[in-house]
Design a binder for this molecule. Structure first.
Ligand SMILES: O=C([O-])CC(=O)C(=O)O
Ligand SMILES: [Mg+2]
Length: 533
């Protein structure tokens, strides 16, 4: 039996999800090539164990679990020596990946003196999925997301760097946990915080100029500021703001193929007004503008509820800056049901991190104003989802057009016995391809129109049969092929906009497809070892 087969069987024999997570981590360290081979062979089945939802539990329990961090911790105490720590970690602590998978740097010439880093995922642990401040446990999210660059887009694992900025935590449970290994103090704030982030970004860029930096799971107040500060001067993006926006727009475009609606006729109500919601709203508005609407008209198709009620003009005083552009001239509504009545949305998008916020009444109200209501409970992990697929199907009599952030099982529709599948608006369809395209082209910036193009391209790849079955996205098991197409299209766009350059000899679409497919990391076929059975 092959090692990959044996590893998959051993994994399946474990019933408890976190045990599967731990099993995969051990395999990664013991036999990295087999680890990637297993993941690449069954991404749909295995992704939930390295990524949402199980990675959420792993981050919550990170310091109680028998795990050794792969990524680098940059702590508040490293101020002044961040660059040296990054280099030392890369050269010494992460040598094992190069030893296991080869130090291949195929396709990424960075001009760096060290082995190149093509992508880094960095968090400060303040808002891990919908679970809040998990401090140094946030390392698990950087490690989980970076894996998807390899599994989905084929980025060579020896060019991937997970990072956690340990700036303390305001989570009392962690501060009082004797096993907690992060800095046992309140979070850095203000200038000291900004200085550490700035030192990290300056050092990364000086050391690895072409490395794409993905910001992940920062708190709202910092996420928007940091993105704005660095996005114009080097390749970076925030997955929670921009990646989630692209996947959700792709889901909406897919949903419109079901409802036969037009984008320009949609009214979208967001439950939750943080990074994800505002990012999605802005990208939907950008897509609507392409249909000929003015920016103002397009923005007025997106409405937001926050913890205080409907975001509207009368609340402008004291409204957080990221919500201001969506404070429209409508009457205040205190709760979701009254907001649905007032706005009459065609689509309801949950980004609240409040599990079960979409009640039977909410779903029924959406059905009373829409033949096929579009309902996307996007909060992660599963416990934070605004409703389950089963609930949405039951309460809408099968009429809902559904996509969630975490995976759900299919449901047999009562009225006709047909099995229908929930779509998962999984960021993994977009950020690995987009980030890889930025790294391959040595992009100087990652602009919002690249996310718009990625969303449109992804929506176009989904077949009619997949749409009919409810998927809204292509099969996750074909993610590597999907990523080749997306990466190629984004590379071409980056080059066309003079934001980056093509490798020599690559100019046509066909060239790009060939180049990217042939540069995907391939854990290869192993030599079968004789079965002892
Ligand atoms: O898991 C995902 O990709 C969505 C995400 O980034 C988050 O919820 O923070
Ligand atoms: Mg995130």
């Amino acid at each position: 039996m092959s090692r990959a087969r044996a590893a998959l069987d051993a994994l399946r024999a474990r019933a408890v999800p976190i045990d599967r997570y731990l099993n995969l981590r051990s395999l990664q360290r013991a036999d990295a090539e087999t680890f990637y081979r297993v993941l690449v062979s069954a991404p749909k089945e295995l992704m939930p164990f390295v990524y949402t939802p199980v990675v959420g539990e792993a981050c919550e329990r990170y310091h109680d679990l028998p795990v050794r961090a792969h990524g680098v911790y940059i702590t508040a105490d490293d101020a002044g020596k961040v660059g040296a720590k990054l280099r030392r970690h890369w050269r010494e602590e992460m040598r094992w990946v190069r030893d296991a998978c080869g130090g291949a740097t195929r396709g990424v010439e960075t001009g760096a003196t060290d082995d190149p880093v093509s992508v880094a995922v960095v968090t400060d642990g303040e808002r891990i999925l919908g679970l809040g401040d998990l401090g140094a446990g946030g390392m698990g999210i950087s490690e989980g997301k970076i894996l998807l660059y390899t599994v989905c887009a084929g980025v060579h694992p020896s060019t991937c760097l997970p990072v956690c900025l340990d700036v303390g935590t305001n989570n009392e449970r962690l501060l009082n946990d004797p096993n907690y290994k992060g800095l046992r103090r309140k979070r850095l704030k203000g200038e000291a915080y900004d200085a550490l982030v700035d030192e990290f970004m300056r050092e990364m860029r000086a050391w690895q100029p072409s490395c794409l930096v993905q910001f992940e799971d920062f708190g709202n107040a910092n996420a928007f500021r940091i993105l704005e500060k660095y996005r114009h001067s080097g390749p970076c993006f925030n997955d929670d703001i921009q990646g989630t926006a692209a996947i959700t727009l792709a889901a909406l475009l897919g949903a419109l193929r079901v409802t036969k609606g037009k984008l320009e006729d949609q009214r979208v109500l967001f439950y939750g007004a943080g990074e994800a919601g505002v990012g999605i709203g802005e990208l939907i508005a950008m897509a609507m503008e392409k249909t000929g609407m003015s920016h103002k008209e397009a923005m007025e198709r997106c409405y937001f509820m926050d913890s205080k009620g409907l975001v509207c003009k009368s609340r402008l005083d004291g409204l957080q800056p990221h919500k201001v552009a969506f404070a429209h001239d409508v009457q205040f509504q205190p709760d979701l049901l009254s907001a649905i009545d007032a706005i009459k949305p065609t689509a309801l998008i949950g980004v609240s991190t409040i599990g079960q916020a979409f009640t039977e009444d909410v779903v029924k109200r959406m059905c009373s104003i829409n033949e096929r209501p579009i309902i996307f409970p996007l909060s992660n992990p599963t416990s934070k989802s605004e409703c389950t697929f089963e609930q949405a199907m039951a309460w809408s009599d099968g009429k809902v057009v559904f996509a969630s952030g975490s995976p759900f099982d299919p449901v047999v529709r009562k009225r006709d016995g047909v099995t229908v599948f929930p779509a998962q608006a999984n960021n993994a369809y977009v950020f690995p391809a987009l980030g890889y395209a930025a790294a391959l082209t040595h992009a100087t910036q990652v602009t919002d129109d690249l996310f718009l193009a990625a969303a449109e391209s992804l929506a176009g790849i989904t077949s009619d049969a997949e749409i009919d079955a409810g998927h809204l996205f292509p099969d996750m098991n074909s993610i590597r092929d999907v990523s080749v197409t997306l990466t190629a299209e984004i590379c071409e766009m980056i080059v066309a906009k003079s934001l980056g350059r093509a490798p020599s000899g690559v100019s046509t679409h066909e060239d790009w497809l060939k180049y990217i497919a042939s540069h995907q990391y391939d854990p290869g076929e192993e030599q079968p070892i004789a079965s002892k059975l």
